[in-house]
Design a protein around this ligand. Structure first.
Ligand SMILES: Nc1nc2c(ncn2[C@@H]2O[C@H](COP(=O)(O)OP(=O)(O)OP(=O)(O)O)[C@@H](O)[C@H]2O)c(=O)[nH]1
Ligand SMILES: [Mg+2]
Ligand SMILES: [Zn+2]
Length: 279
């Protein structure tokens, strides 16, 4: 009997497929390997429930390379202020690669409690800038607001290892009991606690917990779509029609950075990505 279902978890060669609220442990036919087609968590598939084999991957709405997942509405970029320190470069990179896949990036800030009152204000001001360029920002001390925004959506959690992705889901569902671990004090970075991607349903929101990372390569980004990550640059018109905003003279974007209209760290991210894709 062939049924339709969705892959909700993958551990090495074992795929957990949800069919009508039941879970089946399945394998994938060898032909996927020849076709270089890898089933992803989030994929809608046809499964043969006589022998629990995945026989077909249905067309994807979208997919992300890192973390590997398909058919999501929102990528929640879980970003800690400290432990590990917030990286604006990684944040900007995630925004770019997520937007390029037609997925909405949303920021959730964690560990604001680890800095004092005045520093908090400084970070909030920086995060306001992100709100002004159209990205929703939430804080993990007010999860009711976040839940309201995510209602009915498929949400993948992404971000640095140790940022608090699994902790966030445990707070939303006390029965979940996902493994979490303090970041290593010696190294000041996370320990890759979560090792596989898995979708959990919490109050009509589908959350995919994923393994974190500390750096990310720019896949599928080129000079034609790099601007998707920097919408605020489009408010400025430069002398050169095809200005790259890097080496040109009379560049309005560079001028806006000098005048503090474009945040310096955003421009620095842009230049580093521009150089990375030119290589
Ligand atoms: N002080 C503080 N600690 C937090 C907060 N959120 C999470 N933590 C702690 O941060 C550590 C790492 O959290 P995890 O949830 O394991 O991080 P993760 O993002 O899932 O990490 P990976 O699975 O490796 O990607 C844990 O010790 C949490 O208790 C927060 O808002 N404040
Ligand atoms: Mg985790
Ligand atoms: Zn320019």
């Amino acid at each position: 009997m062939v049924s339709n279902g969705q892959i909700v978890k993958i551990i090495s060669n074992l795929y957990t497929v949800k069919v009508d609220d039941k879970f089946y442990e399945c394998r994938a036919r060898g032909k996927f390997r020849f076709a270089k087609e890898t089933p992803l968590v989030g994929d809608f598939v046809e499964v043969d429930l006589n022998d629990n084999y995945i026989i077909k991957i249905l067309e994807r709405k979208n997919y992300l390379n890192r973390p590997q997942i398909s058919n999501v509405d929102i990528a929640l970029i879980v970003t800690s202020i400290k432990k590990p320190d917030i990286s604006y470069n990684l944040l900007d990179k995630l925004i770019l690669v997520i937007k390029e896949k037609n997925i909405e990036p949303v920021i959730c800030i964690t560990k604001l409690d680890l800095v004092g009152f005045f520093k908090r204000g400084k970070y909030k001001k920086i995060l306001k800038y992100y709100e002004n360029i159209g990205i929703k920002v939430f804080y993990n001390n007010n999860l009711a607001l976040l839940k309201k925004y995510l209602k009915g959506k498929v949400v993948v959690l992404t971000g640095q290892t140790g940022a608090g992705k699994s902790t966030l889901l445990n707070k939303l569902d006390v029965n979940l009991n996902l493994e979490t671990k303090p970041i290593s004090d010696a190294l000041g970075r996370g320990v890759h606690t979560t090792r596989h991607t898995e979708i959990h349903e919490i109050d009509n929101i589908y959350f995919a917990d994923t393994p974190g990372f500390s750096s990310l390569d720019l896949v599928d980004i080129n000079k034609d779509n790099i601007m998707m990550g920097f919408p605020e640059f489009n408010n400025y018109e430069c002398d050169f029609k095809d200005c790259s905003h890097v080496d040109e003279k009379n560049c309005s974007v560079k001028n806006a950075v000098k005048l503090n209209r474009i945040m310096k760290s955003r421009y620095d991210s842009y230049v580093s990505f521009y150089k990375e894709i030119k290589k």
